[in-house]
Design a protein around this ligand. Structure first.
Ligand code: NDP
Length: 330
């Protein structure tokens, strides 16, 4: 059977206007693949990097890495999914901005009954990221309840999930965000203190809050604007986890600067290393599903756009006008 689907395409990298809705053919799933009809699609900052060409894709390209829906057809060799299953995923290759798609089944997980499609589409890429940040990126001495960590963009999609999850692990979270309202939101989601880094020097505030000690880990997805300051917030042997570039990529740096700042560790992480096998994806997803179904982490879907309004959704995300998670509705 071949059907068609609306899908968002770009022919060349560019601004939000580079995205266009087109009708594309959809066939049967091949070995290791499934066909999914979306009920909701997740919007992520990585989609902006793909659209602008910061993370290059072969052109023309489809966009979107996260979605939730129902399995319509299952290819040969796929044993963990059946037709009719409610599912959600964070997965490569990009292409979730559409009604229906064929894709590799490896990163597709069955959704627990208690989790709706909107939450599912809003939480997989962001929630699995929070999972590995908190559980699989550790400083030398490990993270323990009571340790301070710094989390930038704390009121965003990854941010609100990570604040709540970190708090449930007993960590003391200092957040940063771009407005006082966003700070209050992050504090309502588990940040002990949130600093408006547009009006305050976050390095000085972190030092004051931690009694001069600094934090054990910095989770930095802002990149260029916060890089240097983030290093200065760390205690000796502290760990800098760089995982995004919302303000632009981190400029090249000399490793020698890490010594005098306290023998620091730096890592650059990407979710797709962590979810490179079915077993690992499922184990991380089960952990995420358990904190969501138990209520320890609530998924805050704060913005909804029609798929056809994808340009407006990207403009809002890039203009820092969104909070929590944003979804597109097919
Ligand atoms: P967010 O909802 O967090 O949106 C990005 C936020 O970054 C903005 O809301 C804004 O918050 C902040 N920001 C700071 N400076 C800028 C700037 N110059 N322009 C735009 N935004 C800025 O997005 P996501 O939850 O989708 O992703 C968060 C980050 O995590 C992104 O950088 C993303 O790439 C990264 N990520 C990395 C992954 C990985 O494995 N490496 C996986 C998933 C996400 P404020 O106004 O409060 O500063």
């Amino acid at each position: 059977m071949t059907t068609t689907s609306r899908a968002v395409l770009i022919d060349v990298p560019g601004g939000p206007e580079a995205m266009r809705l087109a009708e594309v053919p959809v066939g049967e799933p091949g070995p290791g693949e499934v066909r999914i009809r979306h009920h909701a699609i997740g919007l992520n900052f990585i989609d902006v990097y793909h659209r602008t060409g910061l993370y290059p894709l072969p052109m023309p390209a489809r966009l979107g890495m996260e979605g939730a829906g129902v399995v319509e057809a299952v290819g040969q060799g796929v044993t963990h999914l059946q037709v009719g299953d409610r599912v959600a995923y964070a997965a490569q290759p990009p292409g979730s901005y559409c009604d229906v798609r064929v894709m590799p089944a490896m990163n597709v997980c069955r959704l627990p009954d208690a989790i709706g499609f909107e939450e599912g589409a809003a939480m997989m890429l962001k929630g699995l990221t929070a999972q590995y940040l908190l559980k699989h990126c550790r400083p030398v001495e490990g993270l323990q309840a009571g340790d301070w960590v710094l989390l930038h963009a704390a009121a965003g999609g990854v941010g609100l999930i990570a604040c709540q999850w970190a708090r449930s692990l007993g960590l003391r979270v200092i957040g940063t965000a771009g407005s006082d309202d966003k700070c209050r939101l992050a504090e309502a989601h588990g940040a002990e203190v949130c600093i408006n880094y547009r009006t305050h020097n976050f390095v000085e505030r972190v030092k004051a809050i931690t009694g001069g000690q600094g934090v054990k880990v910095v989770y930095d997805s802002v990149g260029k604007d916060t890089w240097e300051g983030s290093l200065d917030c760390l205690q000796p042997f502290g760990l800098m986890v760089s995982f995004g570039n919302a303000s632009g990529p981190v400029p090249p740096f000399a490793p020698g600067i890490l010594g005098p700042k306290g023998s620091l560790y730096v890592t650059r992480q990407t979710l797709f290393t962590h979810i490179r096998s079915r077993e690992r994806t499922q184990a991380m997803a089960d952990d995420l599903f358990s904190v969501v179904t138990s209520g320890q982490v609530r998924i805050h879907v704060a913005q909804r756009f029609a798929l056809a309004d994808v340009q407006a959704a990207h403009r809002a995300l890039e203009a820092r006008q969104t909070i929590g998670s944003t979804i597109l509705l097919p």
